[in-house]
Each structure stands twice: as C-alpha cells, then as structure tokens.
Design a protein around this ligand. Structure first.
Ligand code: FAD
Length: 343
C-alpha cells in the first residue's frame, strides 16, 4: 500500500430523525482541526434515503466536500448496504483518516469496514490528534479500566479509522455562509444482494433513564439472584425517590435494560448517594460510580471488593437488610408528610 496515495479527513455523517446526529457534527469540529493541521480537505459521507438536503448542514458545520449516497436501498441502516457504499467511496477517493461516532450504528459500520479493508480501527476514542508531518492519527482512549490513556497508531494501513464517543468533541458553531462541494454518488446495489431485511422498527416506549444526573441511585447486581429478586431494588428506589442502576451481570441476566448499567461499558454516574446492593465491586463497575458522594454497600460476603470502595458497608443478605431499610425510610418519610417538613 502506498500511504502517500491517501489524503483527506473523512467523517461518517450519521443521520436520524431527519437531521445529522449530534455526534457527527462534533466529529466535523474535531475533523476540521485535523484536516487544517494536515492542510487537507475535510469530507463527510452521507448515506440514506431523502437525505441529500442534509449535505448543506454538514458544510455549515465544517465540511469542504460531502459525498452523498441517496437511494431507497439505504432507507434503514443495514451493515451490508452501508458498508458497500463506504468501501466503494474509500477505494475511489482514498481518505487518510476516517472518523465515526461511537454509536450503535457507527461502531457496527466502522468494524465491518475496517475488517473488509484490513485496516486499523481504534474504538471509543476520547482524544484525537495528528502528526502534521507523518500524517499519523494519534487516537487516545482509556485502557485498563480507565487507569491509563493509551494512544493508538495505525502505521501501515489506510485509512486510519476511529470511533469517537458522543459529547467528547466539540462541534463548531454553524457558519451559514460556508460553501462546499456536494458530490452525488451512485452504487450498483440491488435489494436481492442484501441478506438482511428490516421488517419493523419498534421504538422503546419507556422514558429515557436519567442515571447521569440522578441524586440518588439504588443499584442492584447478580446477588439479587433473579428478575423477581431484582424487584427489591425497584421497591427500595421508589420509596426513597431514587433512580435504579445495575451491574453488567444483572443486565446480561435480562433483569433490567442496558440504559440502567453503571460502569465502563455503561453510564458513569456521580450521585450524592449510591447504594450498591448485591454487587461485588469489579473494577469495571467501580470506574462508573467511584466518584459518588456517599457509597453504601450491602453484600453478604465480608470480603467483597465493594467494601474497599464504599463509605458505609452492611454485611448481610439483601433480602433481610433492604426490607428493613424500606420500612424504616417509609416510616421516616410518612412522618415527614405528617408533620409537613423534614424530620
Ligand atoms: P458478581 O460479581 O457475581 O457479584 C455478586 C455479588 O453479590 C457478590 O459479591 C455476592 O457476595 C453478592 N451476593 C450474593 N447474594 C447476595 C445476597 N443475597 N445479598 C447480598 N449480597 C449478595 N460490570 C459492570 O457492572 N459495569 C460495566 O460497565 C462493566 N463493563 C465491563 C467491561 C468489560 C470489558 C469487562 C471484561 C467486564 C465488564 N463488567 C462490567 C463486568 C464486571 O467485570 C463484573 O463481572 C460485574 O460487574 C459483576 O457484576 P455483579 O457484581 O452484579 O456480580
């Protein structure tokens, strides 16, 4: 591979709810800085049905060129169709750097493209820079449970690819006077060539879980034993007005949905009070909640690592301890209502 043939910084423009996803606008901001440092153009790749009009938005937010694949075959995101478009564009125009949002779509697409092109991909990047001379992308991300930052280089292959976490980079303020080039692309792809069919899209109806700005979180883990046992966490949270959190093992057991997961692959939280109930305290869980104001752990194993990370620890069976807490909190809160103030 002749690395000199590759030039330009690209951003995958994810679109949803008839607009460009915020993370893609943030990446245009980050990509602009990289492109300027290298003295190369910044381009966006826009794929979908009826999306052509969004290309102008990308230009307002920093793109010089937007390659548009607008076709009914791209109505719903499917790995096969989108990766075919991206790969064709990469082979035709040869960008040196290609950034994607670390969203479900971005991660899925980037990994499929990287595999097919046999190039490097740094996942979940939080910091980006480029060496102006060599053109090497310096993609940094937390490693070893967040204890160190690793900077990853892709020296021998192109494009150098990275997925970037939402809300980490800053979008530029839109400049409505900016102009750029919009290139409409065509791809010879038939519906029969795609194995995946989207039959129906079912949107999650429940309200968004707001773990990251909750004051009190009651989190449950595998120690609750079953989906039924996990109800104890919901009962306790309801009584004290808390938001429900969970360990990954509780989520993987199917007792609660992923948006409730706290930790490295879940949400990072900093509530005033964090109850960890039946949670062992694995490093991947701790990195997501260790900055909470007050951590109270309930675990029947006195040697559980969570007791090294908490301010107060109760050694006991959750099914004995939590009902007592519920009763006591309920009694105090009832009195508060009765006397119309704090007790
Ligand atoms: P366990 O480790 O099985 O602990 C259950 C605890 O409950 C034990 O300490 C036990 O003593 C106690 N217990 C049992 N019965 C009772 C009872 N009746 N009353 C009271 N206590 C009881 N984990 C996360 O949580 N979040 C993440 O984001 C995350 N990301 C990960 C990313 C990677 C790359 C990897 C490799 C792992 C990740 N994990 C994550 C998983 C993590 O390593 C642990 O496996 C997980 O946190 C354990 O969940 P747990 O504490 O609920 O279960």
């Amino acid at each position: 591979m002749n690395l000199q043939d590759y030039r330009g910084v690209w951003v995958f423009l994810e679109q949803k709810d008839s607009g460009i996803a915020p993370v893609s606008l943030e990446l245009l901001g980050a990509g602009r800085k990289l492109a300027d440092k290298r003295g190369v153009p910044l381009a966006g790749v826009l794929i979908g049905e009826g999306v052509k009009h969004l290309a102008q938005t990308a230009i307002h937010f920093g793109a010089d060129i937007v390659y548009v694949y607008d076709d009914p075959i791209f109505r719903d995101y499917r790995t096969e169709s989108f990766m075919r478009a991206v790969i064709e564009a990469v082979q035709k125009y040869k960008p040196e750097i290609f950034l994607y949002g670390a969203t479900s779509t971005g991660k899925d697409l980037a990994s499929a493209v990287a595999t097919d092109l046999a190039t490097g991909l740094t996942a979940d990047t939080t910091l980006l820079d480029v060496d102006a001379e060599t053109g090497l992308l310096e993609a940094s991300r937390p490693a070893f449970g967040g204890n160190i930052m690793a900077t990853i280089l892709c020296k021998k292959d192109r494009p150098q690819m990275a997925t970037v976490r939402p809300k980490v980079m800053k979008a530029m303020p839109p400049d409505y006077s900016r102009t750029g080039e919009i290139v409409e692309e065509r791809i010879a792809l038939r519906e029969e060539d795609i194995r995946t069919k989207v039959l129906k899209i079912v949107r999650e109806s429940r309200a968004k879980v707001r773990l990251d700005d909750a004051d009190i979180i009651v989190a449950g883990g595998k120690g609750l034993g079953s989906k039924n046992g996990f109800q104890l966490i919901h009962q306790f949270a309801e009584v004290i007005g808390a938001t429900v959190g969970a360990s990954r093992d509780a989520v993987e057991a199917g007792w609660i949905e992923h948006p409730h997961q706290v930790g490295q692959t879940g949400v990072t939280v900093t509530p005033k009070i964090y109850f960890a109930i039946g949670i062992s305290g694995a490093i991947q869980h701790l990195v997501g909640m260790q900055n909470s104001g007050l951590i109270i752990a309930i675990n029947k194993d006195p040697d559980a690592p969570i007791f090294q990370a908490c301010h107060y620890g109760i050694v006991g069976d959750a099914f004995e301890v939590v009902p007592i807490l519920i009763e006591e909190f309920q009694r105090v809160l009832d009195r508060e209502v009765q006397y119309g103030g704090k007790v």
